[in-house]
Write a protein that binds this ligand. Structure first.
Ligand SMILES: [Zn+2]
Length: 286
């Protein structure tokens, strides 16, 4: 075994959250025995992944904006990975000062055409090249795609005010979708588990957190948890969504029927998407 291979192995042996030992789940994914943090060694990329429907995302963004305004009046926000720009739109509607960002030149160009100079290039964990200081840095379905997560938080800290906030919304390993997919994997059905990690997409997931280990990761890097909660995964009426996917009306009706049942169930089942609000604290523990 050459040195590079040994280095590669070492990279995946220890947990990025707690330094605990990782257990292999399948050829590309691991779980920490100590803190239950899930990680993958899929190849990180800067492309966009499938993020669900616009109306639901916008509703969730409205909810996040409502929460963040409790802590900051007229905040200056940096969004990491703005994708289609829905969060920027919602901030503009709420009259909040927002800077968007993208990692790839292609997405950057697209966003600049719509939002102009409000967009900067940010490719974490590389340093954020800006003179600006922000009140809030937000990751909308982005943090789980990033490698070297401790470095990511350090770089973000550098562009945050002393009492600044980091807000994350992301899928959780405590959610029902994760649990079912993992159960199916144990029956050797890997399709759903692969889909969960977006294994074959241009930008796969590298992490799955729960509230506890994500809080641990941030507290290690000098942040305290202010608030956490859940966001909706599904809307009551998904007919239009399926109508676009399937030409046949019957398939759309059947799918709409089942997802509507799931819509009501989701109030009782473990939630799939969580949001957390962290505040930078002055003392960083060693
Ligand atoms: Zn761990």
């Amino acid at each position: 075994m050459n040195l590079n291979n040994i280095k590669k192995l070492q990279k995946i042996i220890n947990c990025q959250v707690c330094n605990g030992k990782l257990k292999k789940i399948n050829p590309y994914s691991f779980v920490c025995k100590d803190c239950n943090y899930y990680s993958s060694n899929l190849k990180p990329s800067v492309g966009q992944d499938v993020k669900g429907i616009e109306s639901l995302r916008r509703k969730n963004f409205k909810q996040i904006i409502k929460q963040l305004l409790k802590y900051k009046i007229a905040p200056k926000i940096l969004e990491i990975g703005s994708g289609d720009g829905y969060f920027i739109d919602e901030c503009n509607i709420a009259n909040i000062q927002i800077t968007g960002s993208e990692a790839s030149l292609e997405s950057l160009k697209k966003l600049k055409l719509i939002y102009g100079e409000k967009i900067i290039k940010v490719h974490l964990p590389k340093p954020i090249q800006t003179e600006q200081i922000f009140d809030i840095v937000i990751f909308n379905d982005v943090f789980e795609h990033l490698e070297k997560i401790n470095n990511v938080i350090k770089e973000v800290s550098l562009v945050l005010r002393d009492d600044g906030l980091v807000i994350l919304n992301l899928p959780t390993s405590n959610g029902i979708i994760f649990k079912i997919s993992k159960f199916l994997l144990s029956l050797k059905i890997n399709k759903f588990y692969d889909r969960l990690w977006q294994k074959n997409s241009c930008s796969p997931h590298l992490s799955y957190f729960n509230k506890l280990n994500l809080t641990k990761l941030f507290s290690r890097n000098g942040f305290i948890l202010l608030e956490s909660g859940n966001l909706k995964t599904l809307e009551l009426n998904n007919f239009d969504r399926f109508r676009n996917l399937y030409k046949r009306k019957l398939s759309s009706f059947v799918l709409t029927f089942f997802t509507s049942i799931f819509f009501f169930l989701q109030f009782f089942l473990p939630k799939d998407i969580m949001y957390l609000i962290f505040k930078k604290s002055k003392t960083i523990p060693k």
